[in-house]
Design a protein around this ligand. Structure first.
Ligand SMILES: Cc1cc2nc3c(=O)[nH]c(=O)nc-3n(C[C@H](O)[C@H](O)[C@H](O)COP(=O)(O)OP(=O)(O)OC[C@H]3O[C@@H](n4cnc5c(N)ncnc54)[C@H](O)[C@@H]3O)c2cc1C
Length: 451
């Protein structure tokens, strides 16, 4: 006996988490995924013999829901979380130093990181310390903070442009995929407080040691099958409509199939959700269709020999933002394979690969002088035009709740109102929240519970 039929549309990490949770709660679950694989934007593709990630991903120790998903998928041993927050910073001329946390209680654990930032003068470092303490006193849930820009707030505190660039910007561009001037103060507070200010260990960085497909695709298919779900790949949902007491999902390029369900979890990106749910004319869809997106571009370089000993690094005074050694993760045994991750990458999105080569190979040589002697075996670029939503001031009011006005219809995805930026953690927690609402709505009197 099942508790009812649930269709989950979208097999990214949000949809995977929602589907597993619904199976555990006793529902009969079907996952519809338009692509030939699960994992959504956190996935891999084949290039020759290799599995290549569409974009470098990292996570933090404070991502508890994401870590729980990896454990459920049986792949937690395929990621490595550093024992202590430690970010190597590299600068042109082969200069470099470490931003690391200490052993003192929060926030004093950050003293070595802030006071050791050699790109800043001592005066700038102590001002940055005061700014960190001020950020820690702000409440990320305060709606007023969502109306203010982070850069505007930093300016009001008289943080010099240099500190904004090489400290706050270096972290926020990677975490929020936007420049400090483009992000809401509330989102910045969420990132800094949850990530590095509130707890000693929360900001320790986790890095996948395998291609993302080996984390989020095959293991997810296996776990869903074991939990009793039906996973349908290359199955694009066209629309969701109300039908008597249930919801009807139309599937296939020409809508050749219809599936009836007691509940539908829509776990697709916001633009796709607006299209899918158009027949239902949800009033809240007007708001979320105003969410905008930002691109991430990754530049991939395979050298014939190692050019750096660092596993990853943040770069300053360089077009390179963050660079990762992915040699072992990609199973490459000759030379070194580096991935340069470029967030808020509007200027690179439409640039020709040839132009990016001319820009990034010299920049990498400036950072890693050993690259002068290395030959480039392969160079390619991956582009995600709508990688994340843009967390600009006012974004909170645009992000929808999980529950919609239509009984049985729930939303999931990193873009919903999770309190997190567009992250793996936000996505997975949105999936669980969606399943909880499905569970609640079908466990008591269905329609009463919905209201
Ligand atoms: C390049 C890049 C780098 C990133 N780096 C990080 C990082 O370092 N750390 C971090 O925490 N986050 C990072 N993110 C963000 C993170 O990947 C996302 O927040 C998260 O993966 C979103 O998951 P999701 O399930 O909500 O959505 P998605 O992954 O977008 O999944 C939605 C799924 O729905 C499917 N779909 C769409 N329409 C339909 C339809 N009509 N029918 C059926 N299926 C449909 C899509 O094919 C897709 O598989 C990065 C994102 C990108 C793109």
């Amino acid at each position: 006996m099942t508790r009812g039929r649930v269709v989950v549309i979208g097999g990214g990490v949000a949809g995977t988490a929602a589907a597993l949770h619904c199976c555990d709660a006793g529902f009969e679950v079907t996952v519809l995924e338009a692509r030939p694989r699960l994992g959504g934007v956190a996935g891999s593709f084949r290039r020759g013999e290799r599995m290549i990630d569409t974009g470098q991903h990292v996570f933090l120790r404070c991502y508890s829901s994401y870590a729980a998903l990896l454990r459920r998928l049986g792949v937690f041993d395929s990621v490595r979380i550093q024992p202590r927050f430690r970010v190597p910073v590299v600068a042109p001329g082969g200069r470099g130093w470490l931003l690391r946390r200490g052993r003192l209680p929060a926030p004093a654990h950050l003293l070595p990181a802030l006071l050791g930032h050699r790109a800043l003068t001592w005066r700038q470092r102590s001002a940055a310390l005061r700014t960190a303490l001020a950020l820690r006193r702000l409440d990320p849930h305060d709606p007023a903070l969502d109306e203010i820009g982070f850069a505007e707030w930093l300016r009001a505190r008289r943080e010099p442009e240099r500190t904004v660039q090489v400290l706050w910007g270096m972290l926020i561009v990677a975490a929020l995929n936007a420049e400090p001037r483009q992000v809401s103060l509330a989102m910045a507070v969420k990132v800094f407080r949850t990530g590095v200010l509130d707890t000693v260990t929360g900001g320790d960085i986790g890095i996948p040691q395998r291609p993302l497909g080996e984390l989020h695709d095959f293991p997810a298919r296996r776990a869903l099958a074991a939990a009793g779900a039906t996973v349908r790949l290359r199955a694009k949902a066209l629309s969701v409509q109300q039908a008597d007491q249930s919801l009807r999902v139309t599937v296939g390029t020409r809508g050749e199939e219809e599936l009836d369900a007691d509940a539908v979890v829509v776990a697709v990106p916001h633009a796709a959700a607006a299209k899918l749910l158009d027949p239902l004319a949800l009033p809240e869809a007007d708001r979320w269709s105003r969410l905008s997106s930002a691109p991430i571009v990754n530049v991939h370089v395979h050298y014939d020999r190692p050019v750096t000993d660092l596993e990853f690094a943040a770069a300053i005074d360089s077009p390179v933002q963050w660079v990762f050694d992915r040699t072992a993760a990609a199973g490459i045994d000759q030379g070194q394979y580096l991935v340069v991750s470029l967030s808020a990458a509007h200027e690179y999105l439409t640039a020709r690969t040839k132009d990016l080569r001319e820009r990034f190979l010299p920049a990498l040589r400036d950072l890693f002088p050993r690259a002068h002697r290395a030959e480039v075996l392969d160079f390619f670029v991956t582009r995600e035009p709508a990688a994340t939503f843009l967390p600009k001031p006012g974004v909170r009011a645009l992000r929808p709740e999980t529950r919609t006005g239509v009984p049985g219809l729930v939303l999931a995805g990193a873009w919903t109102d999770t309190g997190w930026p567009d992250t793996l953690e936000g996505a997975v927690s949105s999936g669980h929240r969606a399943a909880e609402i499905v569970d609640l709505a079908t466990s008591t009197d269905y329609r009463v519970a919905w209201r």
